[in-house]
Ligand binder design. Sequence first.
Ligand SMILES: Cc1cc2nc3c(=O)[nH]c(=O)nc-3n(C[C@H](O)[C@H](O)[C@H](O)COP(=O)(O)OP(=O)(O)OC[C@H]3O[C@@H](n4cnc5c(N)ncnc54)[C@H](O)[C@@H]3O)c2cc1C
Length: 396
Amino acid sequence: MIDRLSPARETSYGNAGVINSGSMIPINSPGIHKSLFSLLQNNKPQLRYNLAFAIKKLPWIVQFLQASKSSNTVATTKALSSLSSTCLTEHKALMQRVGNAHRLTEAGWLKVFRSGQGYDPSSFEAQQLEKYNIPIQKFNADELRELEPSLKPIYSAAYLLSDAATVNNPGELLAEYAEQFVKDGGKIEKMEINSIDVEGENIKCRSDAGVHACEKLVIAAGPWSSDLLNMLNYTVPLNVERGYHAHFHLLNNATLGRSIHDVQGGFVMGPMEMGLRVTTGVELNYRDAENNLQQLEQVIPSVKQAIDIGERTDDPVWRGNRPTLPDSMPVIGQAPDHNNVWMAFGHNHIGLMTGPITGRLLAEQISGETSDVDLTPFTPKRYVRSGRRRKPIWKK
Ligand SMILES: Cc1cc2nc3c(=O)[nH]c(=O)nc-3n(C[C@H](O)[C@H](O)[C@H](O)COP(=O)(O)OP(=O)(O)OC[C@H]3O[C@@H](n4cnc5c(N)ncnc54)[C@H](O)[C@@H]3O)c2cc1C
């Protein structure tokens, strides 16, 4: 494994830590149209965008919205459920092997609503949850207070995806998986790849520090995968949905039993080893642009309405880049023009939970084993095109 940083220091480091078999419905589902006008005002915690970036990425945005047609989303949900349905089982098997199951809390994933009934059985989401037998428990305001006594009485309804779980430190969980990989005989090299040459069966990954030669290569570099694909003369419409986290001290012995999505408040909060982690919605902006803390600052008063928090902990504000393709499905499979190169990226909002199953399916494909999951919907051929080799930015 080659990484320019230690394992799990980028997007996989700071996410909300939710592992949920019911997370197979993409955010570009039919319901997105109802909120589109409101989101376009660019002042909501659920979505902020940089206008110049949005204009530049308009073709991508149009493709993303086209994918939200009901017929498309039904197919996407089916494909994603083949990854999400076993995501907790796959993680638990790894945790058992590594000895870090103490990081997992199996208490569900709670969605809370400040007004209204919460669960809408006529919604596309509800219909899909029912179709895939995802267990739901509904709560009124009083029942919610029993379930989460530290929440302030501002919520009118909630529902729990009861089969879901959360981890108390995604970055450490994955660093421990990586340690196990080394114990099992794997090798981790810290180097930043800046060019890749494939000559027949020989592959050379080059960095300023030297060359790593190999016979098979998997490109799984999350939001940077497009840069690595460029090195092989491929292009791919990979975009990023940026998101932030901050940690807060809880006051007055407040605790939460699980991660909570305040749907109308537009944030997620969950108990982590380092305090209460608050994560934000989506920011559409250039991957490497400076942080824009407006979304985070906007939700902090809403978090204070929900639970007793004090100051931020000493941990810095963190930003990650959810790697997203227009159809909200990852690419998993062999490169179009190279039979010794594979790809696994684009896991957008569900990459922590679907990482282990992705790894297993890809390993099976590489070694020619039969898989219990049909990888056709994830084929790189959907989006990966051979094209003019662009010079990496550092060579310009
Ligand atoms: C706010 C937020 C909340 C989220 N919550 C959840 C959640 O609750 N559950 C869930 O399942 N998912 C969640 N996600 C999504 C999840 O975090 C991502 O889908 C996942 O982390 C993507 O993993 P990755 O390995 O593809 O990318 P990354 O974790 O970003 O890894 C990419 C790696 O490539 C390396 N790299 C890049 N370029 C090079 C190079 N040139 N040479 C060598 N190495 C290179 C980087 O150093 C990095 O380690 C969330 C994301 C965000 C931002």
